[in-house]
Design a protein around this ligand. Structure first.
Ligand code: NAP
Length: 285
């Protein structure tokens, strides 16, 4: 925002429940200010069960668009008239765009953000070289699996507490995908090039994942989608094991970049240290 709301100010935002800890307003408003745009990015939190009504109220261009976070990513896909291929394959949308004709487009930039995070923090990683293990079978895991299939992973191994959900995701993402239960995680780790934690473990409870990291090849990369704390128990254990790590904040910024471009019609300015701003907000600096 340029500091003044005008009659022409473009409005965008993020919707979630809870949304108060979202870092997206901080990131996008920093880019808006640096780009000198007449725009503002605000948080929304509709009541449980009220997501579809909330989206309907915005049809017709009341606002330009919304990022979508927990627990609404599946609802967002359902509410859209025009989901693109990557949102449909992921079974979830993290971006809704409101068109002037009343229609709503859906996209999912999480997979792009995940691959960008690997590029930034593990530049030597080649997704096409070895199987990729994804822990979890929710929307984030499904999006990650689709992104790695598209990036040429020879095999995607989905490991989940509830095996049936991993089987459903493996069947839906195309490419070579296999499902494993948590009890056979050793088999999944065998020869893997990367392990991505896409479970919510570490987010808001004390549960820990007890993982046989010693089975992984020494060149494997460990990535955790959880970014608060920035160094999760999983990443700390991976570092102790000597593995390269990628954090969830790199993914968050990685998904925000294409979201900003879709919302405001231009890429975000490159010189803004949004990671530093986010770290300061998280109390990690
Ligand atoms: P979700 O749909 O709720 O899925 C949660 C997954 O975690 C399920 O597979 C669930 O297993 C598993 N799980 C939960 N508690 C567990 C436990 N105690 N032990 C083993 N497994 C457990 O969530 P989601 O939307 O996929 O998101 C997953 C995580 O990714 C969240 O932490 C989210 O914040 C994060 N995320 C981060 C970014 C980023 O930009 N950094 C982007 C997207 C998502 P069951 O199927 O057995 O219940």
């Amino acid at each position: 925002m340029t500091g003044v709301i005008t009659g022409a100010t473009l409005v965008a935002g993020v919707v979630g429940a809870p949304v108060r800890h979202s870092l997206s307003p901080l990131i996008h408003n920093a880019w808006i200010a640096a780009a000198g745009l007449d725009a503002v990015y605000v948080p929304f939190s509709p009541p449980a069960g009220g997501f579809a009504r909330f989206v309907d109220g915005l049809r017709g261009g009341a606002i330009r668009g919304l990022n979508v976070t927990l627990p609404f990513k599946g609802d967002a896909l359902d509410a859209a008239d025009k989901p693109n291929a990557r949102a449909s394959i992921a079974g979830a949308a993290n971006l809704l765009l409101f068109e002037a004709d009343g229609s709503v487009r859906a996209d999912n930039t999480d997979g792009e953000g995940l691959l960008a995070a690997f590029k930034e923090q593990a530049p030597g990683f080649d997704p096409g070289r070895a199987p990729v293990v994804i822990l979890g079978a929710g929307g984030a895991a499904r999006g990650a699996a689709a992104a790695f299939v598209a990036a040429g992973a020879p095999e995607v191994r989905l490991v989940n507490r509830t095996l049936g959900k991993a089987e459903a995701v493996a069947a839906g993402v195309g490419g070579a995908a296999q499902a494993f239960s948590l009890t056979s995680v050793r088999d999944a780790f065998n020869g893997a090039g990367a392990v991505i934690n896409a479970t919510s473990v570490g987010l808001d409870d004390d549960a820990i994942l007890d993982l046989p990291l010693e089975v992984l090849p020494s060149g494997a990369v460990a990535m955790d989608m959880v970014y608060a704390p920035l160094v999760t128990g999983f990443l700390a254990a991976a570092r102790l094991r000597g593995l390269a790590t990628v954090d969830g904040l790199a993914m968050l910024v990685g998904q925000a970049r294409p979201s900003f471009a879709a919302l405001f019609g231009q890429p975000p300015p490159e010189h803004v240290d949004v990671r530093g701003l986010a770290l300061a907000a998280l109390g990690n600096q």
